[in-house]
Design a protein around this ligand. Structure first.
Ligand code: SF4
Ligand code: SF4
Ligand code: SF4
Ligand code: FES
Length: 694
């Protein structure tokens, strides 16, 4: 791209052709006030706060939408501009009811800050005294139209980043208001996914988060800590605002990030909520149906004694959460696996993770990374969801799918036995009559896609390949129990697209053959990305991929027999208390002696404990996660642990001493070394039961 040079306020500024005056000014640290502009969203030039003067041009130009040109001489701070901007601000204040002293956003409001910056000590225009109804219908968000400056940031973020298209504008001029759907109240919207992105980008106190109102003002917070949301494997980055030792506000990062800086409802609302849950604060020992408080010394001595008594490596078991950091998993593994030589250690979602690990293994052996960063869905032109429900499993992935479908017109194909993951957006629906996840059907599909791809590349073989295609397609349709024509639509979508991406649901990944077959299908469709195969695995916990890397038993053992001793390290978040983990709960209920270390009173798990030990909550820990965004991300301590809470390393050091064993310093292999692309994805080869095909 051609480099250009312009002069802004006397400063020589470099940029590239195609950039706007504002982008070059920002890059060169020249301040231009803005209101409707937000990096990462399409600029619309509506508020006119960013107007600048350009020499030899009689008009005032909006810096956020005007492309910079080589040699331009730009002025941003003239008296004329200052007066013009102040006039805009006065009109905005006169048009709606900006009574800052009653507004939860006061001191944290971009409009107010600009008014102060422009010396706006009074308003010269008559006030309109707007009287719009306050929309307080939503449980989390509140919308006071009387403070809206119609910058449309909320509408753009909802459409361009969340892909929900919930918000729009109704009426014109000063009668215009932001509406949801066809005029319903926000709390009654059918399309809102409750992500809170609109509130994060709103520059005024119009859309606010009830939970953060007043107490979560940026200026009043003591610290802003960047960390990672642990609630699914996307691992969105978060900014947590800490005030007097509690989390007062949570935001995603900027909209300019490749992933749009998004958070879903879980990421945005969970953290402040979770700081209010009932905690386990001291070690406790069961006495009959009650617990009594104990010291760490007494509790760990009892654990060591019981462990020694019952211990043989067949009758003891240990369970850990895949929301733990690499470092915690390393400690857990070093103590139980190597120190105690136990083979029965696992995570709550071990079956799904084992399925992914085994299914991906043949591709890893080839040196191919068998999946791609989730945000690569954004530029896909054909997305196939295979027995997946992204809105439930990893909601930000659902945003990527919606944006690709609505903004980039990607074709969306749903293959599942339980209905459409994206009702109203699906182009091709393949409702499987048989249970979801038949590797045979996926392999036939891969054979059909492959034959069609090859027939385009090898015209001389076309007849034979067509025969192969016909047969494979018929078999795939039979196995899925769907119309052949429907299956053919899927094949055509995959073959005609340049960037196909498959999204594989976690529930079917318990069968490694399904995982392998899905990766085969990606190879057949030539779904190759720079970082690996065009497949996005949906795993539910923050560090699922790190868990595969660090600690997973080779075979499932939960439910096989009752254990004499069970150690459970729970993070107290989803999914340990879910019904789908009932086998784990049954194992805890049936074990002779159970130790539960957990931050929260997670019922019914804590009811099975003979010894209950406090653990730090996720926001009290630091370490690393390996995310399906393809990065190893750092989890930081947001607020320090309180009371007698001890981390895994401290507890296991003490326990090891009592047990008379030595545990090594855990070595953490970064997940990148496990899921490394040693060869380009385009060189990946399909895998059959007989081995790798060429
Ligand atoms: S909460 Fe999210 S989906 Fe709902 S209106 Fe706001 S941005 Fe759109
Ligand atoms: S609600 Fe907020 S973000 Fe949306 S148009 Fe009004 S002021 Fe702008
Ligand atoms: S998508 Fe997952 S990681 Fe991101 S905010 Fe939601 S729960 Fe957290
Ligand atoms: S910021 Fe440029 S017109 Fe609003």
């Amino acid at each position: 791209m051609k480099e250009i040079t312009l002069t802004i306020d006397g400063k020589v500024c470099k940029g590239v052709q195609g950039e706007t005056i504002l982008e070059i000014a920002n890059k060169n640290e020249v301040y231009i006030p803005t209101l409707c502009y937000l990096e990462g969203l399409t600029p619309i030039g509506s508020c006119r706060m960013c107007v600048v003067e350009v020499e030899n041009n009689p008009k005032l130009l909006t810096a956020c939408t005007t492309p910079a040109q080589d040699g331009m001489v730009v002025h941003t701070k003239t008296e004329k501009l200052y007066n013009y901007r102040r006039q805009i601000l006065e009109l905005l204040f006169a048009g709606r009811n900006h009574y800052c002293m009653f507004c939860s956003q006061s001191e944290d409001c971009e409009l107010q800050r600009l008014a102060i910056e422009h010396g706006m000590d009074h308003v010269r225009y008559p006030f309109l005294y707007a009287d719009f109804e306050n929309d307080a219908s939503d449980a989390d968000l509140q919308m006071d139209h009387n403070r809206c400056i119609l910058c449309l940031r909320c509408i753009r973020v909802c459409a361009e980043k969340v892909g929900a298209h919930t918000l729009d504008l109704q009426k014109r001029g000063w009668d215009a208001t932001v509406i949801s759907d066809l005029g319903q109240k926000l709390g009654e919207s059918d399309t809102c996914v409750d992500c809170g992105a609109c509130a994060q980008v709103c520059p005024t106190g119009t859309i606010t988060v009830r939970e953060f109102a007043y107490r979560g003002k940026r200026n009043d917070c003591d610290d802003i800590v960047e960390s990672v949301c642990p609630l699914c494997a996307v691992g969105c980055r978060i900014k947590a605002y800490v005030r007097t030792g509690t989390v007062a506000r949570v935001e995603g990062t900027g909209t300019s990030q490749p992933d749009g800086g998004q958070l879903c409802h879980k990421g945005r609302w969970h953290l402040p909520e979770s700081t209010e849950r009932e905690r386990v604060t001291t070690p406790m020992i069961r006495e009959g149906v009650h617990y009594r408080e104990a010291s760490w010394e007494e509790a760990l001595s009892l654990v060591a004694e019981e462990f020694k008594e019952s211990y043989d490596n067949k009758s003891a078991g240990a369970l850990v959460s895949s929301l733990c950091t690499d470092e915690e998993l390393g400690v857990f593994s070093a103590f139980f696996k190597e120190g105690m030589q136990m083979s029965h250690i696992d995570t709550f979602d071990g079956d799904v993770l084992r399925g992914f690990a085994r299914g991906f293994e043949p591709f890893r052996r080839q040196g191919v990374r068998p999946f791609t960063a989730a945000h690569n869905l954004l530029d896909s032109d054909c997305i196939v969801t295979l027995c997946a429900d992204p809105q439930d499993e990893a909601p930000v992935v659902a945003s990527y799918v919606r944006v690709a479908t609505l903004k980039n017109e990607a074709t969306l194909v749903n293959v599942s036995s339980w209905g459409e993951a994206f009702p109203g957006l699906t182009d091709i629906n393949i409702p499987l009559k048989r249970a979801c996840g038949d590797p045979g059907m996926l392999n036939e599909l891969a054979a059909a896609v492959s034959a069609m791809q090859q027939s385009a590349e090898m015209p001389e073989e076309r007849e034979n390949l067509y025969e192969e295609y016909e047969q494979a397609l018929t078999r795939a349709a039979e196995k899925a129990d769907v119309e052949r024509e429907t299956m053919e639509q899927l094949v055509k979508c995959m073959v005609s697209s340049e960037k196909t991406t498959l999204v594989l649901g976690g529930s079917v990944a318990t069968d490694p053959n399904v995982v392998t077959a899905a990766a085969n299908l990606a190879i057949a469709a030539q779904a190759f990305r720079d970082d690996g195969l065009g497949l996005v695995p949906l795993v539910r916990s923050g560090n699922s991929l790190g868990t595969i890397n660090t600690m997973l038993s080779d075979e499932p053992w939960i439910g096989e027999e009752n254990r004499d001793f069970l150690y459970v390290y729970s993070t107290g978040l989803v999914p340990e208390d879910k019904q789908e983990y009932k086998e784990h709960l049954a194992a805890a209920a049936n074990a002779k002696f159970v130790v539960v270390q957990t931050p929260y009173m997670v019922k019914p798990l804590v009811n099975f404990a003979d010894v209950l030990l406090p653990a730090p909550a996720w926001y009290e820990r630091s370490g690393h996660y390996c995310t399906i965004e393809g990065e190893r991300r750092k989890l930081n301590v947001i607020v320090p642990p309180r009371g007698e809470v001890k981390g895994l390393a401290t507890v296991f050091d003490a326990l090891a001493e009592k047990m008379g064993i030595t545990i090594r310093q855990p070595e953490i292999a970064p997940c990148a070394s496990l899921f490394e692309s040693k060869i380009p994805a385009s060189q990946a080869q399909m895998v059959t039961e007989q081995g790798v095909t060429s």
